[in-house]
Design a protein around this ligand. Structure first.
Ligand code: NDP
Length: 307
């Protein structure tokens, strides 16, 4: 039997409706649309493409995109001034920095300039630390998209063995932390993992974020596995994931396609956290993390019981 397809576009369109309603409510109460500042450094390259697609999605739910375009030679001091102004601007709910940055700017230093309360893509070191500690905060949108897909398809997470392939700060590490917070038992794999196939085969939930087309093949997976493929790789055959979809689909329980899986949900997660930020600024905050990553029964993030 072929795997169930975990359809990211369907999940994204449900999220789109909810978000549009929440934005309409916010607009009615405050008289203004929440604004998402998108800092980008080029006019035509990948940073502009990303900024353009986020801006279009933002407009579609009623969030107002505010593109900020520092000159590509901008100094760190100048940039700190610009991001500081966005941090102080009460009309700006969230700030995202479109990668890649010009070579002379260190990405970690630049994202650290964002006020963590407006860090709607969970990029700042403070929010990364909170995620690692299992605390509620904004999280990287791709990691949250993985959890949103699992939740939307009611995949049981607690007690299950999850394997994450990839340990980047934007995908692998935060996904692993969210799965631990949802009470999975998590193994993180990377290039130095001794026997990737053996680790992957033990996964009941498999999340792959390696940037390596076709890395996971049919003979590596477990028949009961739910497979979430975060990979986006441009090949002569078009965009493909890190999982060899054609061979893996027939032998697992469920799988996300690429394209049409994690990608569309990621954009919605960025917008959902922007709306969260706007609601928090209006004192009505309920983090998206609560809705997707933390089951009501989870004990893992509760404060320790009084002795
Ligand atoms: P990085 O290159 O930063 O990290 C890749 C990770 O995968 C590293 O930890 C690396 O290990 C590991 N890895 C790579 N090759 C192998 C291998 N052969 N065996 C085991 N581990 C391996 O990539 P990102 O995390 O930024 O992105 C991963 C993928 O997700 C890319 O395809 C990217 O395009 C996609 N992506 C998708 C998004 C979405 O919205 N769907 C958003 C962001 C990224 P090591 O640490 O040892 O080098």
């Amino acid at each position: 039997m072929s795997a169930r397809i975990l359809d990211g576009r369907a999940v994204a369109s449900r999220l789109w409706r909810d978000l549009s309603d929440r934005v309409a409510d916010l607009r009615e109460r405050s008289g203004a649309a929440p604004r998402l500042a998108i800092v980008r450094f080029d006019d035509r390259g990948p940073s502009a493409v990303y900024a353009g697609s986020v801006a279009r999605a933002a407009r579609s739910v009623g969030v107002e995109p505010h593109e900020v375009t520092p000159p590509s030679g901008v100094s760190l001091t100048d940039l700190a001034g610009r991001i500081g102004a966005l941090n102080r601007d009460p009309s700006v709910a969230g700030i995202v920095i479109a990668q890649p940055l010009p070579a002379h700017l260190d990405p970690s230093t630049v994202v650290a300039l964002i006020d963590p309360a407006k860090d709607v893509d969970g990029a700042t070191p403070l929010n990364a630390g909170r995620i690692a500690r299992g605390e509620r905060t904004f999280v990287p949108a791709t990691a949250l998209a993985v959890m949103a897909i699992l939740r939307n398809y009611e995949v049981q997470i607690a007690g299950r063995r999850a394997v994450v392939v990839g340990r980047s700060a934007v995908v692998g590490r935060p996904v692993a932390a969210l799965l631990v917070a949802a009470d999975a038992t998590v193994v993180i794999c990377h290039r130095r993992t001794r026997n990737l196939a053996r680790e992957v085969r033990r996964a009941e939930i498999l999340v792959v974020a390696a940037g390596s087309p076709g890395l996971v093949r049919a003979e590596m997976v477990n028949r009961s596995a739910v497979v979430i493929d975060c990979g986006i790789n441009t090949t002569p055959d078009g965009i493909v994931g890190d999982v060899d979809f054609g061979s893996v689909r027939p032998v697992v329980a469920a799988i996300t396609p690429v394209p049409g899986g994690v990608g569309p949900v990621t954009t919605m997660m960025l917008l959902e956290q922007t709306v969260d930020a706007a609601e928090r600024q209006a004192a009505e905050f309920e983090p998206a993390l609560d809705r997707y990553a933390l089951p009501a029964a989870s004990e893992s993030i509760r404060p320790p019981a009084a002795r």
